[in-house]
Design a binder for this molecule. Structure first.
Ligand SMILES: Nc1ncnc2c1ncn2[C@@H]1O[C@H](COP(=O)(O)OP(=O)(O)O)[C@@H](O)[C@H]1O
Ligand SMILES: Nc1ccn([C@@H]2O[C@H](COP(=O)(O)OP(=O)(O)O)[C@@H](O)[C@H]2O)c(=O)n1
Length: 212
């Protein structure tokens, strides 16, 4: 079974994807980490994130073994990721890795921006997770504070709005719900309630193939 989870920054995609993956015994891929790693790689070499050549080269050379680097989870990597992810060459270079991850039995839970629309258009289950920008900024602020990063809630809200704008308006693979995705608004749901709602979506999905 392939479960595609898309949505804007800090909507709770990763949290849901990890729990669904554990529940169904499927591997999980946080596709945002790929773009974060590309941005990190370019910046670490003093490159320009807006330069499509530098970013595409970094994407082609990406080593999946580096995806565990905690630096990738920080605010700067997220901002950088939204810049490099708009280059078509970067997206093309990361496509095969994501598709083969999904195609390897028994399937996968993948979260990102274009999983249901571009990477896995035939996924059995597609969930578009969303929440208000204010609630997402609150969640991201407490996550960063928990990791000891400096927190300025207003700046985080601004980051989130800027990222939403960039991700939804770019020419290639913009952030949007697939036509056959179910939208899950978690603004007023805690992580447990969001997980239960997501489970109900998976279980109620007629396209889901039983794999266990
Ligand atoms: N439904 C929820 N209610 C409150 N906090 C949540 C919820 N879902 C996730 N979180 C928290 O919000 C932060 C961002 O969640 P995450 O899953 O990383 O989002 P995304 O992958 O969409 O960026 C994390 O600290 C996570 O624990
Ligand atoms: N499938 C994906 C995943 C992420 N991204 C980009 O990478 C950035 C970081 O994604 P992320 O999922 O790690 O970010 P958060 O939602 O966790 O803040 C996003 O703002 C997108 O620009 C993308 O373009 N396509």
């Amino acid at each position: 079974m392939i479960v595609a989870i898309d949505g804007p920054a800090a909507s709770g995609k990763g949290t849901l994807a990890r729990r669904l993956a554990a529940h169904y015994g499927l591997p999980h891929l946080d596709s945002g980490l790929l773009y974060r790693a590309v941005a990190h790689h370019v910046a670490a070499r003093g490159g320009d994130l807006h330069d499509p050549e530098a970013a595409t080269q970094a994407a082609r050379a990406l080593d999946a073994a580096t995806l565990g680097d905690p630096a990738l989870r920080g605010r700067h990597a997220g901002e950088g990721a939204s810049i490099v992810s708009a280059h078509p060459g970067v997206r093309a270079a990361l496509l095969d890795f994501q598709r083969s991850f999904a195609a390897t039995p028994p399937g996968a839970v993948i979260d990102g921006r274009d999983i249901g629309t571009v990477i896995c258009p035939d996924a059995e289950v597609k969930i578009f997770v969303t929440a208000s920008a204010e609630e997402r900024a609150r969640r991201r602020a407490s996550e960063l504070a928990g990791r000891g990063e400096p927190v300025d809630q207003a700046a985080i809200l601004e980051d989130i709005r800027r990222r939403d704008e960039r991700d939804t308006t770019r020419a290639v693979a913009p952030l949007k719900a697939a036509d056959d995705a179910v939208t899950l608004d978690t603004t007023n749901l805690d992580a447990e309630a969001a997980f239960r709602a997501a489970l109900a979506i998976v279980e109620g999905n007629p396209k889901r193939r039983r794999t266990a």
